[in-house]
Design a binder for this molecule. Structure first.
Ligand code: 13P
Length: 247
């Protein structure tokens, strides 16, 4: 799966331009494509892809609340489902850092998404200091265990490995390193969850048209979560084309 995370970017006009640009370049399978616009543009995005015969693109949210009711400003899984969403990103490092979200809250969000039959896209990854202190594997293990312990996960769950130092920096780990870490993630999830399911694992962090192919060739890289390069519909379609050619 190739997922666009627009983050806090976009406008009504941008969404219409993006969909036209994407359509002009995409070659075939849009079923492997997911897009997470800001919540407030999810319905606009849905209408725009429907008008352009691209309704097979999966729509998701960048985050979700842990439930509904008295939680001012929060968006619930029920609302995402009502707006034709298929998935929600949870545990993005920007949510962990800027909104002080911890693994216990992220676990609640995952359980709530699952109860509404929405696909969780769980982000994990190490900080620069963890990376420098060679704590990548221990950090990731802790995040996965605390977010997924004893949960029965759906077969379509996606884990996104996003090293914090690679996000928006133009730097990336080598494809070989990502491949090994993704394999480790699959093993940890398999042994942590109650149904012992092995998930799909994507890579995210400074993926662009030039470097995407080198990640897609790796056997344990099942897709990408893309920020900056996803804001241009043409570039994002070129990355999706590369993914589809490799699979
Ligand atoms: P960039 O692709 O801009 O590095 O962002 C990655 C990311 O955070 C996707 O969720």
């Amino acid at each position: 799966m190739i997922i666009a995370n627009f983050k806090s970017n976009g406008s009504k006009e941008m969404i219409d331009c993006w969909v036209k640009d994407f359509k002009s370049q995409i070659q075939d399978n849009v079923a492997s494509v997911g897009v997470a616009p800001p919540h407030i543009y999810i319905d606009k995005f849905y209408k725009s892809i429907s008008q352009n015969d691209l309704e097979n693109i999966k729509i998701g949210a960048q985050d979700v609340g842990a439930g509904s009711g008295p939680n001012t400003g929060s968006i619930s899984s029920a609302m995402l489902s009502d707006l034709n969403c298929n998935f929600s990103i949870v545990g993005h490092s920007e949510r962990r850092k800027n909104f002080k979200e911890d693994n216990a809250l992220i676990k609640q969000k995952i359980e709530n998404l699952i109860s509404f039959k929405l696909t969780p896209v769980l982000c994990v990854g190490e900080s620069l200091s963890d990376f420098e202190e060679k704590k990548t594997y221990t950090t990731i293990r802790m995040q996965l265990e605390e977010c997924l312990k004893n949960i029965s996960i759906p077969e379509d769950i996606i884990i996104a490995y996003e090293p914090l130092w690679a996000i928006g920096s133009g730097k990336t780990p080598s494809p070989n390193d990502v491949n090994q870490i993704n394999e480790y993630i699959k093993d940890v999830v398999q042994s942590t969850t109650s149904n012992n399911y092995t998930p799909k694992v994507c890579y995210g962090g400074s993926v662009n048209v030039e470097n995407a192919g080198s990640f897609f060739k790796c056997s344990n890289v099942d897709g990408a979560l893309i920020g900056g390069a996803s804001l241009d519909g043409k570039k994002f379609a070129l990355i999706a084309n590369k993914f589809n050619r490799n699979n």
